[in-house]
Design a protein around this ligand. Structure first.
Ligand SMILES: [Zn+2]
Ligand SMILES: [Zn+2]
Length: 470
């Protein structure tokens, strides 16, 4: 199972090839524009990847697939906010962050909500959790008939600089408030079944309030929103363990304390004739948003298969892209760049710093991926030389929505998913073929009409009868 350097290069040859193309693009090619082609409006790296149809493929028992559904913070058609979908050959799946717009991407990919039941949030910025509203609210309208489980950081503990108040801004409070905020939606949709009669309560190892670990609460309704908090101050904090999958968190440093990164490790026991089974571990790290830090160096230094790390453009590029202001504008430009630099300094990882982090790792990742990044030819052309200044040879690429990584110990394939912009949401066949009596009776129903959608309407509403128009 040893993978040579040459094998690894061959395995991700297209990513490397794409970067070679990007390497040839000089920043001088950067044109500030809002339409048309050119390096500001194309992504040759992504376009050069071989196509794939992920949900039509069956994962091998020792295979992990990582799909990027959102890769930046400012939603645009090519790149929605942040989400990474991790599927394992054992049938399990995990969502890491779910920012604005990513549900359209999941639908296009053909991932049903019944496979998006374990959500791991790195922090509570809108570009990482906004689509939780849709995922949660529409579960029973599609095919999730079990609770939604959400992991995220404990409260920040930062005092309000004016009042001194310390807000409960952690994940449990957030989920509790979200649950209340969407009450009208969840009640209105509760004419549909929201729970199985029989539900095997999960026996995962998860953190429990007050410290220590336990198992999830025994609730079973799809409108149960079940949060688990990860202590953002801890390295190697156990967030989830079950079925040879372990997910731990460690601190991220981003804007306000109370952000985390995640590491997923999946142990596959490889059977060998006449010998004891041999453990093989596939691993990935998703940093979420962070300044460069040594927590991730320690978490990744023994080698991970895939390191997904955020990175940011330079303040100069960021400023020009957002405002159109150029150096010719003098002091206005200087001030705008300085303001942008302050955001980067409090929150993000410059491209060069990502290269430095990769250089610091005792064992480099088999593939490093920069994300949370506006990926076009001009920005990639700035990023790659900056990363390469510290990390000249290791495999590295830049994420865009629908980039797909198929990871085994033998090979990492980097491809782009082919999808339809007109896809409907996909329902699992397990739901569509469910037998009568499989579900609990919906909350709103008439005695002789289970699940009657009229049950919540004003019976005296002034409705136009079908006979008038049919
Ligand atoms: Zn972000
Ligand atoms: Zn953020």
């Amino acid at each position: 199972m040893n993978v040579t350097r040459r094998d690894a290069l061959k395995a991700s040859g297209l990513a490397v090839g794409g970067l070679a193309l990007a390497d040839r693009l000089a920043l001088a090619d950067c044109t500030i524009g809002t339409s048309g082609g050119g390096p500001s409006n194309t992504n040759s790296l992504f376009d050069s990847l071989p196509p794939c149809y992920p949900q039509q493929e069956t994962l091998a028992p020792d295979e992990m697939r990582i799909t990027f559904l959102g890769t930046w913070y400012c939603p645009r058609l090519a790149q929605d906010c942040n989400s990474v979908f991790v599927e394992l050959g054992n049938g399990d799946s995990f969502v890491f962050d779910c920012g604005s717009g990513v549900m359209a991407k999941y639908n296009a990919l053909g991932v049903p909500l019944s496979r998006m039941t374990k959500i791991f949030l790195t922090h509570l910025h809108g570009d990482h959790m906004s689509d939780l509203t849709h995922i949660y609210s529409f579960g029973p309208a599609y095919d999730r008939r079990i609770p939604l489980y959400v992991w995220g950081p404990t409260k920040s503990g930062v005092p309000d600089p004016v009042t001194g108040q310390i807000y409960d801004d952690g994940t449990i409070a957030y989920c509790g408030l979200l649950r209340e905020a969407v009450r009208w939606h969840t009640e209105s949709f509760s004419f549909q079944a929201t729970a199985f009669v029989d539900y095997d309560y999960p026996t995962w190892t998860v953190p429990v309030p007050g410290g220590g670990t336990g198992t999830p609460p025994q609730v079973k309704d799809a409108y149960d929103l079940v949060p688990f908090e990860c202590d953002w101050t801890k390295e190697g904090f156990l967030a989830y363990q079950y079925n040879n999958v372990k997910i731990t968190s460690f601190p991220a440093v981003h804007t306000r304390q109370g952000s985390i990164s995640y590491k997923l490790e999946w142990t596959i026991w490889e059977e060998r004739v006449g010998q004891p089974a041999v453990p093989i571990v596939l691993s990935m790290i998703f940093t979420g948003d962070t300044k460069p830090n040594n927590y991730v160096v320690r978490a990744a230094t023994n080698g991970v298969d895939v390191l997904i790390h955020e990175m940011t453009t330079s303040a100069a590029v960021w400023t020009q892209k957002f405002t159109g202001i150029t150096p010719a504008d003098g002091a206005i430009y200087t001030n705008a760049v300085a303001a942008c630099q302050r955001v980067i300094d409090s929150s993000h990882t410059p491209e060069k710093a990502l290269g430095y982090i990769l250089h610091k790792l005792a064992v480099p990742p088999r593939l490093a991926v920069g994300t949370h990044f506006p990926a076009t030819d001009d920005t990639i052309a700035e990023a790659i030389p900056a990363i390469r200044s510290w990390y000249p040879t290791g495999d590295v690429t830049v994420a865009s929505d629908f980039m797909v990584l198929n990871v085994t110990k033998a090979r990492i394939r980097v491809r782009r998913a082919v999808v339809s912009p007109y896809s409907w949401a996909t329902l699992s066949t397990a739901i569509t073929e469910a037998a009568p009596g499989t579900f609990e009776v919906p909350k709103y129903h008439y005695p002789n009409g289970v699940g009657n959608p009229y049950a919540q309407l004003d019976p005296n509403a002034d409705v136009i009868p079908p006979s008038a128009y049919s």
